[in-house]
Design a protein around this ligand. Sequence first.
Ligand code: ADP
Length: 478
Amino acid sequence: MMNRISKAIKNTFKHFHLSMRRKITFDYLLLYFFIGLISVLLIPIIFAFNNISGDVEKESYEVNRVLLAYNQEIYSLQEAEVKISQITQSSNISFEIIGYSDFENSVKAFTIQTGAFQNHDFSYDLFKRMDFFINEQLIAKRLDNQYYESEEENYTYVIYTLYPVTLYESELMTLGILLLVFHIIGFVLMGMIGGARVKKVLNPIYHMTKAAEEVSISNLTLRLDVNSTKYELKDLALTLNDMLDRLDKDYSKQKRFVSDVSHELRTPISIINGYASMLERWGKKDPEIIDESIDAIISESKSMQQLVENLLTLVRSDNQTLQYEFETFDLAELICSTVKEFNMLNTKEQSIACEVEKGLFVSLDPVKIKQTIRIFVDNAIKYTPEHGDVFVKAYVQDKNVYIHIKDSGIGIKKEALPYLFERFYRSDESRTRQTGGHGLGLSIAKVIILGHKGKIRVKSRLGKGSEFILILPIHAKL
Ligand code: ADP
C-alpha cells in the first residue's frame, strides 16, 4: 500500500526538477501530513473512549441478575430481552451481551437492542482482547464489573455498555477541528521554517559547488572553506581539499617533469646543432673539425638515446607495463662481471673491488638487476675522487640477498637524502662538478628494486663516502 502511494507520488513529480532543499522540505511535509491525518482521526476516538463514563453500576447489576435468571431458566429468552430493555429504557445507554467460551473456542452474541443471538465474524482471540469497539452509531465499552459467568454452558457473558455516538458528537467535532487547525498551522510553519533551516544547512553545498567551478588547471591552489561547513559536509570539504592537494601536487610534478625533460634535451640538441652548423660553414674540408664534430654528435646523440630510454623505463613503470623476466642465475657472477667491466674503464685509478659469496643463485630479472648494479657502481665511481675506493659485496641473510655498494667519495648531505630517488634530482655538488648524468639513475634503480619487492637503504657522510644497500628477496617471483 505504502509502496503504491510512494510510486504514485514519484510518478506525479517525475517531471519536476526538485532542488535538494525542496526535496527534503517536501519529504518532511509529506510525513508531517500523514502523521497529522492519523492523529486527527485517532485522537478524537481515544478521547471519546477515555471520556465515556456514566453511572451504570445499578443497571449492570440488574442485567446480571436477569442473565442469571435466564440461565437458571426462570426467564425465557423473550422475557430476558424484555426485562433488559426495561432496565435500559430510562437512560441513553443500552447493553450488548456477548458470550464466549474458552472450552468451545467460540463466540456467541446476544444484543439486547435487537434481542437476538448473533454469530460474530471476528475471531475469538481478537475478540478477547477487545476492550471497546464502535458499532454502527454506538461506542461500546467493557467495564470490569460487567460480566456474568454461566458455568453450565462454559460461557462467560461480557456485558458491553453501549453509548450513542451522538452524545459525544459535538465534543469530537470541536476536538477534530482544533486538531486540524493546529496541524494546518504546523504544516505551514514547518514548510516555512523547515525550508529556511534546510537552506541554511545546505548552504555550504552551494558555496562548495561555486568554489569547485572556479578550480581549474590554472587555479589549482584554490581550496574549499572548511570552517563554514558542518557535519558530513565538513568531511566532504576536507576530502575534496585533500583531492585538490593531490591533484595540485601531481600536476606540479608533471609540469616539473616536462620542464626537466625539455631542459635535459636542450643541451645535447644545441650542441649537435652547433657542430652541424660548424661543419656546414667551415668544416667540410677540415678533417680536424670533421672528426671533432662527428665525435661530439655521436656522444651527444648517445646521451640523448640514454635519456630517452631512461624516460621510457619510468613511463612504463608509471603505466605498470614494465615487464620483468624472472630467471634463476648466479648473482655472484653477475656482480663480479659488472665490476670487472668498470675496472676495465677505470680512468681514475680507483680501487674497485668485489667480495661476493660464491654460487649466489637467485630468481630475479638478471637484465634489470645488472642495470641497477651498474647505476650504483657508476655513481660510486663518479662521485669518488681519483685513487678512491669502491667496494661491492653481496651475501644471503634471512631469505634475502644483500648487496652493498660502498665508496669513499664526496658523500651526500643529510638534507639531500629524502630527494635522492626523485626524478632529475642532482645534488648541488654533482651539478657543480659536472660529473652527474641526467639525475634519473637512482629513480630507475628504485623502480626496479621495488618491482622485485625489495628495499634500498642509504648511509652517507658528507666528505667521507656513501653506502647503498639493496635488499632483495632470493625468489622475487614468489
Ligand atoms: P645522476 O645521473 O646525476 O648520477 P642519479 O639519480 O644516479 O643521477 O643520482 C642522483 C644524485 O644523487 C646525484 O646527482 C648525486 O648528487 C647523488 N648521488 C648518487 N650516488 C651518489 C654517491 N655514491 N655519492 C654521492 N652522491 C651520490
